[in-house]
Design a protein around this ligand. Sequence first.
Ligand code: NDP
Length: 447
Amino acid sequence: MNNYAQRVYEDLQQELPWQQEFLQSVFEVFDSLSPLLDRDGRYEKHRILERITIPERIIIFQVPWVDDKENIQINRGYRVQFNSAIGPYKGGLRFHPSVNLSILKFLGFEQIFKNSLTTLPMGGGKGGSNFDPKGKSDVEIMRFCQNFMRELQSHIGPDTDVPAGDIGVGGREIGYLFGMYKKIVNAHQSVLTGKSLNFGGSLIRPEATGYGNVYFATEMLKTRKEDFENRRVMISGSGNVAQFTAQKIISEGGKVITMSDSGGSILCKDGLTPEKIEFIMNLKNINRGRISEVAKHFSDVEFFAGQKPWQLTETAVALPSATQNELDLNDAKALVKNGCVCVSEGANMPSTPDAVQYFLENQVLFGPGKAANAGGVATSGLEMTQNAMRIGWGALEVDTRLRDIMRSIHIISKNTAEEFGSGDNYVLGANIAGFRKVADAMIDLGV
Ligand code: NDP
């Protein structure tokens, strides 16, 4: 690693030893930036690495709410406003019991570079709560969201910070959050994305992260004259990203052989049919059920309790779409041994650093999350544009723009990797390309 990057990283390690996920994401970015930092001394002179790793602002607040049994519950709420050099803070809200400052800082840090890659004017942020939506009634979810927004509202705004969804925050939660914001400020502003079509959402926003990842993987495969036709594809997760990834893979002629949740994985060797994907969508989005139930309904679907998909069988492509660090070195070895030629990250940082290294060493086409899953936030940017113009584009128009953005992210990541003599190392290319724009803007803006 470049000396300057090493020094800043070691200082962070000493200062924040408990923020493991954040340190992991910083290490990965800094490692990729080394050739740029070796070549261009301006970033050290302007102390960009120190400045880009400290959030501009972190808001932490309590969220008290009353459950259905009239007990008072208390959760922590957070918003990390990481970097606003190129636009208002933009990034999702995550509701999950594992949420803490380290996880939100890693997600917010990644978001800076991801948003820069989209070419849209969006800074980086992330937020959420350790609230667990699982098993809660609709009314409990509404009360929590309302109390969360009661505090968050004074820190966000259409030109300041525009949150969206993430794990545990889907259309239902965005509706309750937006409803409360609108009441408090007495204005219908574009302050959240991922809204329902009924009150200002964009067509294709729910689909965008999954579709975008498939578009990115398609571009990577094209460089080796390959495509998805009849190829086996493993997907992890069964939430928003996983569902629409599966739908798009099937329409591209691929076979989705796995999906999962935190209870285990399902395997369907001949590929899940569109009807089975629809069943999974209803199960997850309406009935809030478990993936194991799919195997009870369909005789050609097996369930593997407590297992991730990666070591179950042979596959050509893996699209991790659940959560961070869900694919480790052993999984990577099994995938390569079983014929995997392409891994593209729908989730944020799902592959551990040694797994990424193994993929790169074994010539697996590897799309890092900040490039491959940028379609979600890109389409959020398109939602903001439509809100500002007070119009709604048709599905084809949004999908075409999404595909164009994913193509351009692929091109800039690949070209930047080539510029630094690193072939098709998309990790290096995406990190340098995303960083360069933000860092140059920070220099332009002064201290
Ligand atoms: P959802 O909440 O809709 O789905 C999450 C899925 O991942 C569920 O199947 C969930 O299973 C599973 N999961 C969550 N945590 C774990 C865990 N610790 N172990 C195993 N499985 C787990 O979230 P999304 O689909 O929106 O997000 C998935 C990933 O994609 C995240 O990394 C997110 O940051 C990233 N992402 C999302 C974007 C979006 O637009 N939504 C945009 C860009 C990235 P269970 O129900 O059992 O918890």
